[in-house]
Design a protein around this ligand. Structure first.
Ligand code: BGC
Length: 740
């Protein structure tokens, strides 16, 4: 027991008087840090990537995974066993010989708009982490989708700061509830993979504060992650991991973040990053030098400023370890209940699938359908997963894997499918029907089957991976032509999309129904089948805008495409920089850009159909420092279902706006009506100005909507100088319900 607390060794009287639980993490971190020897002070500040590439001596107590930092046994500080994370415990090409539960992609989690469910999913993977021997999850992908071609779109929740902040915070909170530390990443503005280490994004402070940084701010407030992972890219000319502005000023000073900043793997270019706020060098063998080892110790030995910074680094790391309980709740190797956990993955998939089109109520399918054709997507073998460090597989490994030859011969970086075949799940729904599968490689064969079927289900895929952006938003390998030809042969064609994010749909008007299933995880096949046959009504809503074409994007040409080899490393030629101008859209990311430009997308943010129908009405707005909207919502259809109540700011004194300010998912039985109170985040109503949040005097119009495009009649709040707010804390403005 003595080992568990550094403080116990130092001041046992305090421990006995107060009890262990009373001693807060800061006090313990300070006491433990004070007890460190000089040699111990650089133990926690750097770690290795314990994998065979690039080779590094791997200590016996390390596990194959993303990172390992030795502990300090004498002081009761556990080693840090780190794994990727956001979608489950990463498989690392099967090197460990284990497997885990694959959650649907983060964008699918985003499409649930359900923070309770995302929290439960986080707790599930937190539990699996401990059972597999890890205590740090490199999870919490908070970056906003500024470009749908970003190869990691599937690892991020949405294009909206409130939605990403709330859901990202919930995921982190769930993970950490299992005493496993979670990061949020990649801080910040890491919006594309093409040249990911030489991208230099430019953006003004207000725009950044109101968009990507706000997403992190909310996620950090809600999730209290033990660590923030800084990003590969540069921001306004400075590498994110060495950005005084991002790390010291925004994160540590303004947000009072008490945890530590870890680098992304291979992102550290020099010791100077320490003074900008970097606390820990991850996977240090990927960097030119172990800067945060001996060079740091040497500097601290001679310079008091560096010595005090080194103490601060240690205190931050220790504080997170103690606050989350890593010292007391060590990983416990034990079998995972994969079935129970897959049920959570299935629920996320079910709730995240978005029904985009349903002509003549083609869906749900009748169980009487006699002849069903399923075409494409390797639907006889599984559901597609995204590639890269986040890739998860069950202990049996992929249902099918296609090596792309782009990195190691490992499904981690090639296309791989989870063992959850839609064809099998569909057959289970309709055991008496004829369910025939064709791979879709030959259009003539698919068309012949479509002609001879009552219903056609095409599973269309777009594979995305970390390290590479997609060159365009088409469905590759001739799938657009396939869909067109099949739909012409049989209009009762349903397209189920398994994609990383938005795709174009030149065939959109020709098909009967479209479901966006994203990468649906361990039980994706079952989730798809259950929605197709109406066991559940679809309730997902788009967390991102689907553009009608590349010309609608702020940057129709992806910066760096054609100039940097599309590979995982993303370093380009020596001295090469890819300049990306985020000031084009500024804070108006995603649907806000479409609104500002008057563009009509293919499908708007927030959109999603159901098998039932809802009515919604904004019935009241209450003011104060934290205003609330009251919405009456009713299921006016004949099936149970869930509606996502979305509240948008539609105007403020600065002019017309379109900003999600609050949301709530509600489940309703047929005929059921509820009054739903939705808190509005004041930061989404105002603006960042002169170093703080600011709300100009005047009217703020808020409307309830079913998407960013479809909003009802607004009601107003007003802000007026000199009208005080009782009980206001934190935020400067006081909102008053305006006479309507
Ligand atoms: C990715 C991170 C990941 C890390 C460790 C990096 O290449 O950008 O998201 O956590 O590798 O695998």
């Amino acid at each position: 027991m003595g080992k568990a607390f550094g403080l116990l060794l130092l001041t046992p009287g305090v421990v006995h008087a107060q009890g262990q639980a009373q001693i807060d993490a800061d006090t313990r971190a300070a006491a433990t840090e004070a007890a460190m020897t000089d040699a111990e002070r650089t133990v926690l500040t750097n770690g290795i990537m314990p994998l065979p590439f690039p080779p590094v001596p791997i200590p016996p107590d390390a596990l194959y995974g993303a990172g390992f930092v030795p502990g300090i046994d004498r002081l009761g500080v556990p080693p840090l066993w780190e794994t990727d994370a956001g979608l489950g415990i990463a498989w690392v090409g099967g090197l460990r010989g284990d497997g885990a539960t694959a959650l649907p992609s983060a964008i699918a989690q985003g499409a649930t708009w359900d923070s309770d469910l995302v929290r439960r999913a986080g707790a599930m993977i937190g539990g699996e982490a401990r059972a597999l021997g890890f205590n740090i999850l490199l999870a919490g992908g908070i970056n906003l989708m500024r470009d749908p071609r970003n190869g990691r779109t599937f690892e991020y929740f949405s294009e909206d700061p409130l939605l990403s902040g709330i859901l990202g915070g919930a995921a982190v909170d769930g993970i950490q509830s299992m005493h496993v530390l979670s990061t949020v990443k990649h801080f910040a503005l890491n919006g594309q993979e093409t040249g990911r280490r030489i991208v230099d994004v430019s953006i003004g402070e207000p725009a950044a504060r109101e968009s990507d940084l706000l997403a992190f701010e909310i996620a950090i407030e809600r999730g209290r992650p033990g660590s923030v992972m800084c990003a590969y890219n540069r921001v306004n000319g400075v590498p994110a991991c060495g950005s005084e502005w991002l790390l010291n000023q925004v994160l540590k000073r303004d947000w009072q973040y008490p945890g530590f900043v870890m680098s992304d793997w291979g992102a550290v270019t020099g010791l100077d990053m320490v003074m900008a706020g970097l606390d820990q060098q991850s996977g240090a063998q990927l960097d030119p030098e172990v800067f945060l080892g001996q060079p740091l110790a040497d500097r601290a030995a001679t310079d008091p400023l560096w010595a005090s910074r080194l103490s601060d680094m240690n205190r931050r790391i220790l504080r997170s370890i103690f606050a989350i309980g890593l010292d007391q709740f060590r990983p416990e190797r034990r079998p995972i209940d994969l079935d129970a956990n897959a049920a959570i993955a299935e629920q996320v998939a079910r709730q995240g699938i978005v029904l985009l089109r349903n002509e003549g109520d083609l869906l749900p399918l009748s169980r009487q359908a006699a002849r069903i054709a399923v075409i494409g997507g390797h639907a006889d073998r599984g559901v597609l997963a995204g590639g890269g460090s986040s890739h998860v597989q069950s202990p049996e490994g992929p249902g099918i894997a296609l090596v792309t030859g782009r990195r190691q011969d490992s499904p981690q970086y090639g296309m791989a499918w989870h063992r959850s075949a839609p064809v099998t799940a569909i057959r289970a729904m309709v055991p008496d029907a004829s369910v025939r599968y064709r791979d879709g490689r030959y259009i003539s064969e698919a068309v012949a089957l479509a002609r001879d079927s009552d219903i056609v289900i095409i599973i269309a895929t777009q594979w995305m991976t970390e390290g590479r952006d997609v060159p365009d938003l088409s469905l590759p390998d001739g799938q657009d032509e396939l869909i067109m030809a099949v739909a012409e042969a049989n209009p009762r064609t349903i397209v189920v999309l398994q994609t990383g994010g938005p795709v174009l749909m030149p065939w959109h008007d020709s098909v009967g129904a479209i479901l966006a299933a994203w990468y649906p995880g361990a039980r994706g096949g079952e989730a798809i089948a259950s929605l197709l046959f109406g066991e559940h009504s679809p309730s997902g809503r788009l967390p991102v805008t689907f553009p009608a074409g590349p010309d609608q994007l702020p940057r129709p040409h992806l910066d760096g495409a054609g100039e940097v080899e599309p590979n995982f490393i993303g370093i380009g030629q020596p001295g090469q920089i890819v300049a990306v101008n985020y000031d084009i859209e500024g804070a108006d990311v995603g649907y806000r850009w479409y609104a500002q430009q008057g563009l009509r997308p293919l499908f708007p943010f927030g959109f999603g159909l159901s098998y039932t129908r809802f009515s919604q009405m904004l019935v009241g707005l209450s003011g104060g420092a934290r205003p609330t909207a009251r919405v009456r919502v009713r299921n006016v259809g004949y099936r149970p279902g869930a509606e996502v109540v979305q509240l948008y700011l539609t105007a403020n004194p600065l002019g017309p706006q379109r900003r999600l300010a609050g949301f709530e998912r509600v489940e309703l039985a047929p005929g059921e009506e509820r009054l739903v109170d939705v808190a509005l985040d004041p930061r989404l109503l105002g603006q960042w100005r002169d170093g703080g949040w600011y709300w100009p005097d005047g009217r703020y119009a808020v409307a309830a909507g079913t998407s960013a495009l479809e909003t009802g009649a607004p009601m107003s709040l007003s802000v007026a100088e000199g009208m005080p707010c009782t009980g206001a804390t934190g935020h400067a403005a006081c909102f008053h319900a305006a006479s309507q």
